[in-house]
Design a protein around this ligand. Structure first.
Ligand code: XMP
Length: 508
């Protein structure tokens, strides 16, 4: 395994993704956290940082101690810090360098740069530069504006490498090759981090953790909870008791379809129709946050009621994934902030159960790969994200059963059309919003006075920022026609052309 010490760079997760893409397992920890040099630790990567190594409170590490044990690669701040520790000079350069630069390899036969073109594009993002390398450090590459783009030092028991640029960023066109060289040639990592291996290892670990005891788990129909449940099921079979709640604000036919898929996968899942309970409590509550709270609370109540019907349950299964558990170093100071997020509505800690989270160390794309390897159908693996409060936050204002039925019909037409026109996979998320306004229309010879729906589709990487998807006009025209012709109660369709920021993806 490789450890990535995080100094708070915006790119730390990208480093981890690049390492994993080379089929090598890695973990991210805050630079200040202590760790063991176990036998399977093959190397350490030091991330970038918003700090300057010359700041009085700049993060420091015991680099010499690390080099006693394993090779180290410093990236950006990591490279500058290494230089400074060995007595080199790092200073604010007259030219700050952001964006593309051309790297010129001085030692293209070195292990780190093996196979990298003599001139290649790299991505820079730094205010400080390495002006003087310590004695015994060698320059491996330069750019037009900086004397040291890459270096090595081999006098310690293990080699130290440094890169001023970011090999993990897509714009460093040969960055993957450099990372591969560090992992495979320099650290001797075996490239055995594959979905098949992960499944075998995880199932064995789950068997050891759970033994002959029972696990309860809430499923959402999404990819994370389905993959997690399938792994747990492989380990313990029907001692996994899954629960899937119909909260009345799912998509059209979703409850039945998802249960059917679970059955196909052989999972022991109980579907609970709690629609009436949710509709009753959602009545007269137009406020978005109140709706979220009601849905979250009722979900927990329904789940607990089911859990109480079972005896001897020791474990709670969850589909938590790696981005939710990484302790990242805050940009506002070297204190660790921990994000905590529960996919299925935040099940209460007072349930006194031990957690089973087989995906805690996987990124989303890895969850999908594991899901495919497990034989989970493609239409479930590739599903767009869908919010926990479901259609309730896509019906502006008060939610009623009638409005849900209306929105489900329109949404179903839109999503099916996206799939039929091969557009589904080109957008990150899509949905239909029922607006609380009626407008005048004409159908045949008759005047109508009905609701409007808005179609939303966005492109995004992580949902934090998003752009509205530029769907073809002809496609939008087809969907608009189909909705107005087939859904009685809707006579107008609009397309949302707002990005996030300033808008959000959901309307509530
Ligand atoms: P916004 O609307 O904040 O949405 O741009 C970003 C992403 O988060 C999803 N979302 C939610 N997911 N519970 C959830 O589980 C919620 O209350 C919630 N609100 C927004 C949204 O669908 C999008 O993917």
């Amino acid at each position: 395994k490789i450890l990535i010490l995080d100094f708070g760079s915006q790119y730390t997760q990208l480093i981890a993704r690049s390492v994993r893409e080379a089929n090598v397992y890695c973990e991210i920890i805050p630079y200040s956290k202590s760790f063991e040099f176990e036998g399977n630790l093959k190397g350490i990567i030091l991330s970038g940082s918003p700090f300057s190594v010359n700041d009085p409170n700049a993060p420091v590490i015991n680099l010499k101690g690390m080099l006693e044990k394993v090779p180290v690669l410093g990236i950006c701040y990591g490279a500058q810090l290494s230089t400074k520790i060995y007595g080199g000079r790092v200073e604010k350069s007259s030219k700050r360098e952001y964006g593309r630069a051309q790297m010129e390899a001085k030692r293209s036969n070195d292990a780190l740069l093996k196979g990298v073109s003599e001139k290649s594009q790299v991505w820079m993002s730094h205010g400080d530069s390495i002006l003087e390398l310590p004695a015994a450090f060698e320059v491996l590459a330069t750019t037009e504006s900086i004397p040291v783009a890459a270096f090595k030092y081999i006098k310690a028991p293990h080699p130290l490498y440094g890169l001023q640029f970011h090999p993990e960023v897509h714009h460093s066109t040969e960055g993957k090759n450099i990372i591969h060289n560090f992992l495979v040639t320099i650290c001797n990592c075996s490239q055995d981090w594959t979905p098949a291996h992960f499944i075998t290892d995880t199932v064995a670990q789950l068997k050891a953790q759970i033994g002959d005891r029972k696990v309860i788990m809430a499923l959402s129909g999404g990819v994370d909870s389905t993959v997690a449940a399938t792994l747990i099921h492989k380990a313990i079979g029907d001692r996994l008791y899954g629960i899937f709640v119909d909260n009345g604000v799912l998509r059209k036919g979703e409850f039945e379809q998802v249960l059917e898929t679970y059955k196909l996968l052989g999972l022991n899942i109980k579907g609970i129709d709690a629609k009436a309970l949710f509709y009753k409590e959602l009545k007269d509550n137009p406020d978005p946050e109140t709706k979220r709270k009601i849905i979250g609370r009722l979900f927990i109540e329904v789940f607990q009621e089911e859990a109480h019907k079972l005896t001897d349950i020791k474990f709670l299964g969850q589909g938590t994934i790696y981005p939710d558990v990484i302790e990242s170093v805050s940009v506002h100071g070297p204190s660790a902030t921990i994000k905590s997020h529960h996919n299925v509505g935040g099940l209460p800690e007072k349930m006194h159960m031990e957690l089973v989270e087989p995906l805690r160390f996987l990124f989303k794309d890895e969850v999908r790969k594991v899901g495919r390897e497990l034989g989970i159908p493609a239409n479930l693996i590739d599903r767009h994200p869908f919010p926990g409060p479901g259609l309730a936050i896509r019906i502006l204002g008060e939610v009623t059963e009638e409005k849900v039925a209306l929105l489900q019909e329109a949404d179903d037409i839109y999503i099916k059309a996206l799939r039929e026109h091969d557009l589904y996979a080109t957008v990150w998320q899509a949905g239909t919003i029922l607006l609380p306004v009626k407008s005048v229309g004409v159908m045949g010879d008759e005047r109508t006075y009905e609701y409007t729906v808005a179609l939303r589709a966005v492109t995004s990487v992580d949902g934090m920022t998003a752009d509205w998807a530029h769907l073809p006009y002809e496609f939008l025209a087809t969907v608009s026609n189909e909705i107005c012709n087939n859904v009685r109660g809707i006579n107008r369709v609009v397309y949302d052309i707002s990005s996030k920021p300033p808008a959000t993806i959901e309307w509530e």
